[in-house]
Write a protein that binds this ligand. Structure first.
Ligand code: MD6
Ligand code: FE
Length: 205
């Protein structure tokens, strides 16, 4: 058994079939018209190679002020578009059947974009998992432990794959080492879109 199996990291290969992937990309890109991708800057002042936008009541942002969730797009000041129904259903199915996600970060990887090893820890309650959907070009995902220096494993994420960081793996370090350019034709203009669904705020009272 893989050492990842006991940790709360779950990979659901091909959770979305080709038809579902096409429908989801169309729903996401329609919403991106109202909330365009932009290039965030780290608190240290470095532009990220990944472009981002968000869907849902809250969106994850980074700028000179730091990392946080906020209800509006930083460029337009407008509320984020809603989360597509198919994603809410997926969350209910594999993450939490009772409490819906309130944030969906949309990451766009064009040529050469990657994401350094990080933890997702800006959410109010780590009891909720983070659910990720990969669309388009395949990526080499690295996942390690809660401690930054813990050993890591490499997992290939293909279009339609869903993965979950839950339980003990919820605060595991992870990142995208590289995207395999041209491995899919799903995304117009090429590249990879990753959607991460989260419960960022406290659970509803
Ligand atoms: C990505 N994913 O796949 C980046 N975070 O592009 C993440 O950062 C991530 O895959 C939390 C849980 C699952 C993830
Ligand atoms: Fe993450």
């Amino acid at each position: 058994m893989s050492p990842l199996a006991q940790t709360g990291f779950r990979l659901l290969p091909a959770a979305l079939d080709a038809e579902a992937q096409i429908a989801l990309v169309a729903e996401v890109l329609a919403r991106v018209e109202a909330a365009p991708f932009y290039r965030p800057v780290t608190p240290g002042g470095k532009p990220m190679s990944v472009e981002m936008t968000n869907l849902g009541p809250l969106g994850w942002v980074t700028d000179a002020q730091g990392y946080r969730y906020q209800p509006t797009h930083p460029m337009s000041g407008r509320p984020w578009p809603d989360i597509p129904q198919a994603l809410l259903a997926l969350w209910a199915d594999v993450a939490d059947s009772a409490i819906p996600p309130d944030a969906c970060l949309v990451n766009l990887y064009r040529d050469g974009a990657r994401m350094g090893l990080h933890q997702d820890k800006d959410e109010a309650d780590f009891a909720f998992p983070v659910l990720s959907v990969s669309l388009g070009d395949a990526a080499v995902f690295r996942v390690g432990g809660v401690e930054r220096r813990a050993p890591t494993a490499s997992v290939r994420l293909a279009s339609g794959d869903v993965c979950l960081l839950a339980g003990p793996a919820r605060l595991a370090h992870h990142g995208i080492d590289r995207v395999i350019s041209g491995s899919s034709r799903l995304i117009p203009g090429g590249g990879r879109i990753n959607l991460t669904l989260r419960r960022a705020g406290p659970p509803p009272a």
